[in-house]
Structure formats: structure tokens, C-alpha cells
Ligand binder design. Structure first.
Ligand code: TUI
Length: 314
């Protein structure tokens, strides 16, 4: 499949693996890149030393392009923003904020930047700042979310900018890819589907929780704090939800309660106090399998659907 995304990023399939904190490590990113997608390492909220190690491990495991996701709320954002230049990382994606300040250095340095955007206004801003592509992520996705759904957001972003758009949020199979192309996107970014890749090193309990999920098993917490986060329902998510509706609790108390919960999920597999971030399509993830198989399967299905599409015109 050839689109402006495969051309611009030098990849075989127009698919990015989402940069997920405590999930998207070098091993998963390299597997996705080796399979012809764009693997992405998450800088999460750790420092430059952590990221340097991950970049080097990824380079050991693949000679294909890969990316680094910078979560703009990270306390180490300045040093990781510098490191991606020092390490000549080919692609940077950003999330949870406005990346223009950093793009002033990244773009002239030849880094291809693809920010996650939750609105057309932000898509236009990053396009003006020199983004190679934008990732229009709907609120079906796991983790930190915006307001609009993928179905509503993607075509509006496609109309708002001239650069290519990747659709994200709620995409886990070939149907999601085909639909994204129909909305005008030229690629997709998937996170949740890759949680159950063999190369994904999260705790077994996290994978089991995704595999057991039903359609209605995600919930959003953090709206009161200004950073809504979608994850799989569990005692931690329910407690966060209850605290948010309790006016006697301060925002600081709630923030403190939530601190470290993603690490507890991904590393320790703590079913009670971890936050298992996942998107609304978790129930479409049926088994653990190699990243390469996930990509091949998704695109084989998309190509079949697209080839059959003229039947609707008969
Ligand atoms: O960033 C994500 N997903 C994430 S980041 C994350 S770590 C975290 N942990 C606790 C609280 C908050 C974050 C877990 N999942 N996805 C990309 C994304 N970016 N979704 C939405 C946005 C976004 C939102 C607002 C991008 C830009 C934006 O700009 C507006 C502004 O005012 O900053």
C-alpha cells in the first residue's frame, strides 16, 4: 500500500505503533519497524539517559526507520527534546500538548515530526510549524484523550490541512484501516492492538486484561484534573472516578492517588491499583501474536475490503 505516509516516512505499510508510556519499548518498536510499519519508542516521563538506552537498543535491533514519542507533560521534556536531535532520531511524534516550541529545532534538524492532534485548530498550527504529518486521534483511544471521536475528527482534520493525516483511536483491524482511508486519512496509528504483540514486554496481567475486555469495559477518569485518561475498568479506575465526584477531595489528592499507576499496571501487573490504559476496541484484540503478523493480518483484511468495495456501487 502506497500513500503519502509510506513515502514520507520510508515505510512499507502506512501504520505507526503508538508511543505508549511504560509499554512502547525498543523491542516492540524494532519489531514493528522490521515488519514494515513505524515502531515508536515512548520517552514517557523518564529522563534522557533512559531514552538514549532505548534508542540505541532499537538501532541494534533494526536498520529501518523508527520514531520517538515525546509526552509533552513529561518533567524531562526539555532534555529528551534535545536528545532526539543529538541522536538523529528520524521521526518524532508528540502527545498531550503543543509541540511548536520544540519543532523550531526539530524541523530544521531534519527530524520528521508527526504530532497527535485533538482538533483542527491544533492540526493547522502544527502544519504551519512544519509537521510532516498529523495524527488525528479520537477519544476512542486509550490513554490521554481529547473530546472528538475518530469518525468526526479525521475528515475535519483532512479538510483543514494539506499534509497527510493518520487516523488513530478505535482502530484495531483491517476494517478500521479501510474506514480510515475512506475518511481521507493516509495511514493509521494503533496502540491497543500492539499491547498483545509477543514483543510487547508489559506484564502478563495487562495482556490478559486486554484479551478479556468487552466493548463496555473502558472508562475515562481525570476529566476534573484537565487530563482525561481512558483505561480498563478496575478498582483503581473506579476509585479515581469516585474521588473526582467527591467535592471534599482536592485535585492534588487525586493526582497523588493516581501517581505511578501506569507503571504499576505495565511492570507489576497490579490489578487493584494499576491503571491499564487501553482503547474502546480492546475487545477486538483476540490473541497474543507477533507484531509482524498483526500488521500483515490488518493490511490483508483492509486490502480485501477495499477490493470488494465496488460491490456497494452495483
Ligand atoms: O498523549 C496521548 N496519550 C497519552 S499521554 C499519557 S501519559 C499521561 N498520564 C497521565 C495524565 C496525562 C498523561 C497517556 N496517554 N495521546 C496523544 C494525545 N494528545 N491525545 C490528546 C492529545 C492532545 C491534547 C491536547 C494534544 C494536544 C493538545 O493540545 C491542547 C493543549 O492545550 O495542550
Amino acid at each position: 500500500m502506497k500513500t503519502r505516509i509510506t513515502e514520507a516516512f520510508g515505510i512499507e505499510y502506512p501504520i505507526f505503533q503508538g508511543g505508549m508510556a511504560w509499554v512502547s519499548e525498543a523491542k516492540l518498536a524494532a519489531a514493528v519497524s522490521n515488519a514494515g510499519g513505524l515502531g515508536i519508542i515512548s520517552a514517557m516521563n523518564l529522563d534522557a539517559d533512559y531514552l538514549r538506552g532505548q534508542i540505541r537498543a532499537c538501532r541494534e535491533a533494526t536498520d529501518k526507520p523508527f520514531g520517538v514519542n515525546i509526552m509533552l507533560m513529561s518533567p524531562h521534556v526539555e532534555e529528551v527534546a534535545q536528545l532526539v536531535m543529538d541522536e538523529h532520531v528520524p521521526v518524532v511524534t508528540t502527545g498531550a500538548g503543543l509541540p511548536e516550541k520544540y519543532m523550531k529545532q526539530w524541523v530544521p534538524a531534519g527530524i520528521k515530526v508527526a504530532p497527535v492532534v485533538p482538533s483542527t485548530a491544533i492540526a493547522k498550527r502544527v502544519a504551519r510549524a512544519g509537521a510532516t504529518a498529523v495524527i488525528a486521534e479520537g477519544c476512542e483511544s486509550g490513554g490521554h484523550i481529547g473530546e472528538l471521536t475518530t469518525m468526526a475528527l479525521v475528515p475535519q482534520v483532512v479538510d483543514a490541512v494539506d499534509i497527510p493525516v493518520l487516523a488513530a483511536g478505535g482502530i484495531a483491524d483491517g476494517r478500521g484501516i479501510a474506514a480510515s482511508l475512506m475518511l481521507g486519512a493516509e495511514g493509521v496509528q494503533c496502540g491497543t492492538r500492539f499491547l498483545c504483540a509477543n514483543e510487547c514486554q508489559i506484564h502478563e496481567n495487562y495482556k490478559k486484561k486486554v484479551l478479556a475486555a468487552r466493548d463496555i469495559d473502558t472508562q475515562v477518569t481525570g476529566r476534573r484534573l484537565g487530563h482525561p485518561v481512558r483505561g480498563l475498568k478496575n478498582p483503581m479506575m473506579r476509585a479515581m472516578h469516585d474521588m473526582e465526584y467527591d467535592s471534599s477531595k482536592t485535585n492534588e489528592e487525586i493526582e497523588r492517588y493516581g501517581a505511578g499507576a501506569l507503571r504499576r499496571a505495565a511492570i507489576e501487573g497490579d490489578l487493584e491499583t494499576g491503571t491499564f490504559m487501553a482503547g474502546q476496541i480492546a475487545a477486538l484484540v483476540k490473541k497474543e501474536q507477533p507484531a509482524a503478523e498483526i500488521i500483515r493480518e490488518m493490511f490483508a483484511e483492509a486490502e480485501k475490503l477495499l477490493a470488494e468495495a465496488p460491490k456497494w456501487l452495483a
